[in-house]
Design a protein around this ligand. Structure first.
Ligand code: GLY
Ligand code: MN
Ligand code: MN
Length: 470
């Protein structure tokens, strides 16, 4: 829990002020609420989790506020596994799956209830409802989440009292709850891995959210193209702010720090300072994703010629990346090994780099030795969902050594990056970075590119910019 404030201007309230504050409030309990659209899907996800851990109690906390300084906090981000299994985003909550004697589990959710108006808690202290906004009552949360809810302020006591039940908790999320239970670290890590495994295949509701995330992202990219001349007059920050506005307007936020990388910054994989100039003649690599209000994120990259057309060398690099992406996307289909799309893209990039004389061939040898990595360090993609690098704790045999299944959502994002100080390439190539990144859902017979609302080929990018560039 975040600490209190020092050096505020008010002392403790007088008795009379406290009394005044406690009276005269309307009953604001919300009646007639409907369960959240996601509730039945979350119930299915919990049933899948229940089947994996018969006879064990599972505790999945949402997490607490983190202090930034004094009484200022970082924006709260609920633990991904909690969001997935409840559809809830409340802080200080926890999902508990309690094993039933006859098999299966009973699920319930700890919640921080509304502050009482019979004492000062609702208005004193910066986490009070009058400072941070109204929370849901337990009854409201029960209806919306479709789950029995309990007061989290008794959770430590409750969980400690049930210490005879074999228990697992996701560690590193809520220290107080973690201290209340006795668990085994390896088994807790296994629980966290299973929560990732369960997110590998998205359900229909999640795919709908991914579509929303990507559609907003497409609009955000178009906004950025429309603001290019202002970015040229200012800096990469103008692009960052333009995309952020769209993300906040239509979604929750950006799903990760936007990479707005002009010129040689495009060769830095995670350039998020975004404080450099945007110059005509350079490329602008924009890697950004809107996160929906339900917290599902897109992750899309386009590399744009600031002046509207690619130079011959930029075009050569761009086309190689585009072809590598085509090769990678063709390998995204059910039954394919997850690694296939990466291999297809990387082989193509290795072949081009050999052809250009930047690495020693033949291409198969260069690929086998990974020589292309000097110019393309990252893997070609990753799972995508509630986290930008989703399902990161999944079992290797289910993820990178696994097989693609309908409902999986992943990025395909080959790139080539020629560092500005790389003496092994001609000067004209130095400082060029190109990435093209799309978000694909695996379907029954192949894949659907969710982000195909944005142009990908060099010619289509140029035509798009001619139409929208401001
Ligand atoms: N934006 C981070 C990534 O593409 O993986
Ligand atoms: Mn990505
Ligand atoms: Mn990205």
């Amino acid at each position: 829990m975040a600490k209190g404030r020092k050096n505020g201007l008010y002392d403790n309230p007088s008795e009379e002020l406290s009394t005044l504050m406690r009276s005269g409030w309307a009953d604001t309990e919300r009646h007639g609420l409907e369960p959240d659209e996601q509730a039945p899907y979350a119930a299915h996800r919990r049933a899948a989790l229940s089947a994996r851990f018969p006879g064990e109690r599972l505790v999945i906390p949402s997490g607490n506020l983190k202090t930034r300084s004094n009484d200022d906090t970082y924006p709260f981000r609920p633990y991904t596994g909690y969001v997935h299994l409840t559809g809830d985003q409340a802080r200080d909550g926890a999902l508990v799956l309690e094993p039933r004697a006859g098999g299966g589990h009973d699920a319930y959710c700890y919640q921080l209830p509304r502050d009482s108006r019979d004492n000062d808690e609702f208005w004193i202290g910066y986490t009070a409802e009058l400072w941070m906004g109204r929370r849901r009552s337990l009854a409201e949360a029960e209806t919306v989440l479709g789950l029995p809810c309990r007061d989290v302020r008794t959770a430590v006591e409750d969980l400690a009292a049930g210490s005879g039940v074999p228990t697992r908790i996701v560690r590193g999320v809520d220290p107080a709850l973690e201290a209340a239970v006795t668990t085994d670290e390896e088994r807790d890590i296994e629980l966290e891995g299973t929560l990732s495994d369960l997110r590998l295949v998205k359900d229909a509701w999640e795919i709908g959210e991914m579509r929303k995330a990507v559609d907003s992202t497409v609009r955000g990219f178009t906004d950025c193209v429309g603001e290019l001349s202002r970015a040229v007059a200012t800096s990469e920050r103008w692009i960052e702010g333009t995309f952020f506005r769209r993300a906040r307007l239509e979604g929750n936020a950006v799903g990760y720090g936007s990479i707005c990388a002009a010129g040689e910054h495009a060769t830095i994989m995670h350039w998020t300072d975004n404080d450099g100039p945007v110059r005509p003649g350079d490329l602008l690599l924009l890697d950004a994703g809107v996160e929906t209000r339900s917290l599902y994120t897109a992750d899309v990259t386009r590399t744009l010629p600031v002046s509207g057309t690619f130079t011959p060398v930029q075009r050569q690099v761009y086309d190689a990346v585009y072809e590598a992406q085509e090769a990678g996307m063709a390998a995204v289909k059910p039954g394919a090994a997850y690694r296939d799309f990466h291999e297809a893209s990387q082989r193509h990039l290795a072949a081009r780099l050999v052809e250009w004389g930047f690495i020693e061939g033949p291409a198969d040898r260069a690929y086998a030795l990974g020589l292309q990595r000097r110019f393309t360090m990252a893997g070609t993609g990753h799972m995508l969902g509630l986290d930008v690098h989703d399902c990161a704790h999944a079992r290797t045999e289910e993820y990178v050594d696994g097989v693609l299944e309908p409902g999986m959502v992943l990025t395909v994002e080959p790139g080539l990056y020629f560092q500005p100080d790389d003496l092994t390439v001609p000067e004209e190539w130095r400082g060029i970075g190109v990435r093209i990144e799309d978000d694909l859902v695996v379907t029954e017979d192949g894949h659907e590119n969710l982000s195909d609302g944005l142009p990908r080929s060099a010619a289509d990018v140029e035509a798009w910019m001619a139409r929208f560039a401001g």
